[in-house]
Ligand binder design. Structure first.
Ligand code: GLV
Length: 329
């Protein structure tokens, strides 16, 4: 019997590639070439399945060119690169890679919070530039993390991980806002209090954004929300770049209306808004929140499990549109 044909859109951990090669006729991209949309479509057109990594847009136009396609497995928890309704309409299963990256990503949210509050990047750049020649009482004074108020916007699994770290590790007063309020048990585990979006921005000393991106969530944080924040507050974004109006943020950071920001994700990534690059009070990392060696391997293996489970009949582990499976059954 012919093996299903799979496209792996980007370089992946070799162990995951080896597993996939044992089950499928694989077209891999270990050279990690960045294909144009036309080239990607062309390569996808004869495939039964795809391993995607979050940057490849799967929409009606692409699906129309790929009549054989039955599944796209994202090696990311976020799936804003998928038009899920279009995939469902085309009978194509979508899967993502949740859970395995929760704690690693929450670690990074906290790392950015601390680096921003304590001005780690800015002070390191100063030291490396050879500018440090004496101690001074107010040199790189920042703001405290312990005991401060942490506001988590988006209280899914990762948001809860950030909240738990703040509440239990740093004695923070945790408030959160979410589309829907959590049950009392989960709130208690995170020691988190539900507040309105406006109250969150007004009360928090440190705001962490962990919500998924959708058109509706575009610029969830703009000039109005930033205007609500304390001048001494920090903002961290480990969700998606489009959640924040970067120009409004750059205005506030440049004018001293906000202490600092820690950003792992950007609107036009991998291009970063030059206004952010020019600011000292922003910590910038290249979308690495889930980037620990074991977690990236676990994410790749989960995407591989989804492909293998789907084609073997055992079933995918983390389907986003399981209706497609029911329809095929
Ligand atoms: C990373 O951004 C992810 O969605 O997994």
């Amino acid at each position: 019997m012919q093996k299903p044909k799979i496209l792996i859109a980007r370089a992946i951990p070799p162990a995951a590639l080896e597993r996939l090669a044992g089950h499928f006729d694989v077209e891999a991209n270990q050279a990690d070439e960045l294909w144009s949309r036309a080239e990607f479509t062309e390569r996808m057109s004869g495939k039964d399945g795809a391993f995607t990594t979050g940057g490849e847009r799967i929409d009606a136009e692409l699906l129309a060119a790929c009549p054989r396609l039955r599944i796209c497995a994202n090696m990311a928890v976020g799936y804003n690169n998928f038009d899920v309704p279009a995939m469902t309409a085309a009978g194509v299963l979508a899967t993502n890679a949740p859970d395995v990256l929760t704690e690693t990503t929450a670690d990074m949210g906290f790392a950015l919070l601390m680096a921003t509050a304590r001005r780690i990047s800015e002070s390191e750049a100063y030291l490396r530039a050879g500018l440090w020649n004496k101690w001074r009482y107010d040199m790189f004074t920042g703001t405290d993390v312990h005991g401060a108020t942490l506001g988590v916007l988006g209280m899914g699994r990762i948001g809860q991980g950030v909240a738990r770290r703040g509440a239990h590790g740093f004695g923070m007063n945790v408030i959160y806002h979410n589309r829907s309020r959590l049950d009392a048990q989960t709130e208690a585990a995170c020691k988190a209090r539900y507040v309105s979006k406006e109250a969150l921005f007004r009360e928090a000393d440190h705001v962490v954004l962990v919500l998924p991106y959708s058109k509706e969530a575009h610029h969830t944080v703009g000039a109005t929300e930033i205007g609500w924040m304390k001048r001494t507050a920090t903002l961290v974004n480990i969700g998606r770049g489009g959640l924040v109006d970067e120009n409004a943020l750059a205005d506030a950071l440049g004018e001293g209306r906000l202490l600092g920001a820690g950003l792992d994700v950007f609107e036009g990534e991998p291009t970063v808004n030059p206004r952010l690059l020019a600011l000292k009070n922003v910590v910038l990392t290249p979308h690495i929140a889930s980037a620990s060696v074991p977690t990236r391997l676990a994410m790749a293996n989960l995407a591989a499990d989804n492909l293998i489970g789907f084609f073997s009949g055992a079933g995918p582990k983390t389907p986003l549109n399981p209706d497609v499976l029911n329809r095929r059954a």
